[in-house]
Design a binder for this molecule. Structure first.
Ligand code: UDX
Length: 429
């Protein structure tokens, strides 16, 4: 089948690549010429394990192409995916200008009937708006059907999640349209949830907000565990074995960041306020998530009796989570900014993020290795749980430090580092 994808961010690029890999003929469109030039050479502009290989293979086999040309992108397309960004506005609402522009581009360039599939995370009712734009701006004889198909892939696991997802949600107003989209995904052999568009839109927000609530919940439990001498790992395992709860997303630590949970929880709260419905559970989760970073920073400051002036502090990890180079809403940003503000000499190391514009005006040193990062440090802060940090030789690393104090912001060292005696201070006292 002929597929076009608008937007080559995480969602668009991975979706397009996987759809080409299962046999469809896919053209991806983006306005960013630099990005498209890179992709045409089979190089991914984002760090995502396995993506480069898959890109190269499908480009070579002529199933996957990239363009900045709208006419070329939509030529003979049976399905057009919209996978553009929906950035957060100042009031927490989602900015839909890229979605609306994509809908106009489709309307003004498509010459045959097609199904438009909205993959971007959009507030309930946006698919209706997309349909309206298509009708108002498209040629009168063309039939556009709009389908909501939210994306659930995680960065760092995006390829795997797309091939082996738990479910595919198809929100359509007509059964026959829903069926056509199901056929597109059929080779993936993933269970399909068919529903209407508004429910599909809501499923995405409700899923992400639920996971955010789960994380904030376990973080608050972990704060209490430290006070009362309980072990958060055993507690998480113990409650996670209840199949009604599940162990996933019960890893306590610095809380969630990234491009989705912070934005989607705010957007859901905004939507609820607009409709005068209480979303206090999600709002509390947002608040608890902000506080979790502050609690960690306070703990570091407290350790130095409130004075980190001139103290050499190693920050391990910049990306918001392992296996990605994404810095959006990464806890490292708040932590580093605050420590530098209080006069600490901060050295950072991340296996993938070598330098970041998010810390442009902040005076920090980028180390080229983990060893170099911790050299003569008075404390090391484990902020992102990269496997190379978790399984590092910490007895060797701590021997390089001035003081062997480690703040484990992700509660990951206690198991892998049973044989060493650094002063591991977990998250909270
Ligand atoms: C998330 C959703 O999982 C995905 O379905 C959606 O499509 C996009 O948003 P992503 O942001 O890529 O994916 O990362 P994810 O692995 O879900 O982690 C999100 C955040 O939660 C990270 O900051 C991570 O560190 C944090 N997290 C996750 C925890 O703090 N504890 C956990 O147990 C799990």
């Amino acid at each position: 089948m002929r597929v076009s994808i608008i937007g080559t961010g995480y969602v668009g690029l991975v979706t397009g690549t996987v759809l080409s890999d299962i046999g469809h003929s896919v053209t991806c469109l983006d306005i960013n010429e630099e990005k498209i030039a890179l992709l045409q050479q089979g190089k991914s502009p984002i760090y995502e394990p396995g993506l480069d290989e898959l890109l190269e293979k499908n480009i070579q086999e002529h199933r996957l192409a990239f363009t900045t040309n709208v006419t070329q992108a939509f030529k003979d397309a049976q399905f057009i995916f919209i996978a553009v960004g929906t950035p957060q506005g100042d009031d927490g609402s989602a900015n839909l200008s890229f979605i609306e522009q994509a809908a106009k581009d489709i309307a003004m360039n498509v010459t045959d009937d097609c199904i438009v599939i909205v993959k971007s995370t959009v507030p309930v009712g946006t698919n209706d708006r997309v349909e309206q734009i298509l009708r108002e701006n498209g040629l009168p004889h063309i039939q556009f059907n709009v389908v909501s198909n939210p994306e659930f892939l995680r960065e760092g696991h995006a390829i795997r999640d797309t091939f082996y997802g738990d479910r595919i949600v198809i929100g359509a107003e007509l059964d026959e349209v829903s069926e056509e989209v199901a056929v597109l995904f059929q080779p993936l052999n993933i269970p399909i949830v068919k529903t209407n568009r508004r429910s599909a839109e809501m499923i995405k927000y409700a899923a992400n907000a639920f996971l955010a609530v789960k994380i904030s919940y376990i973080n608050q439990i972990s704060n209490l565990c430290e006070k009362v001498g309980a072990d958060i790992h055993s507690v998480a395992d113990g409650i996670g074995m209840d199949s009604r709860i599940g162990r996933a997303f019960l890893n306590a630590g610095l809380g969630y960041g990234g491009s989705c949970f912070p934005k989607d929880t705010e957007a859901l709260s905004f939507l609820a306020r607009e409709h005068d419905v209480s979303m206090s559970i999600v709002e509390s989760a947002i608040d608890a998530n902000h506080k979790q970073r502050q609690i960690f920073i306070q703990k570091v400051l407290h350790h130095f009796d409130g004075n980190v002036q001139g103290k050499r502090i190693a920050v391990l990890g910049l990306a918001f989570k392992p296996n990605t180079d994404d810095m959006r809403d990464a806890p490292s940003i708040d932590i580093i900014r605050t420590l530098v503000h209080y006069g600490a000499e901060v050295t950072v190391f991340d296996p993938v993020v070598k330098v970041t514009s998010m810390l442009e005006n902040i005076s920090i040193t980028y180390a080229s290795s983990l060893e170099q990062c911790v050299e003569q440090a008075e404390a090391a802060l484990l902020v992102t749980e990269w496997p190379e940090f978790v399984h590092a030789d910490w007895s060797e690393l701590t021997s390089r430090m001035k003081h062997s104090t480690i703040f484990d912001g992700r509660y990951v060292l206690h198991n892998s580092q049973k044989n060493i005696e650094p002063k591991i201070i977990t998250h909270i006292n």
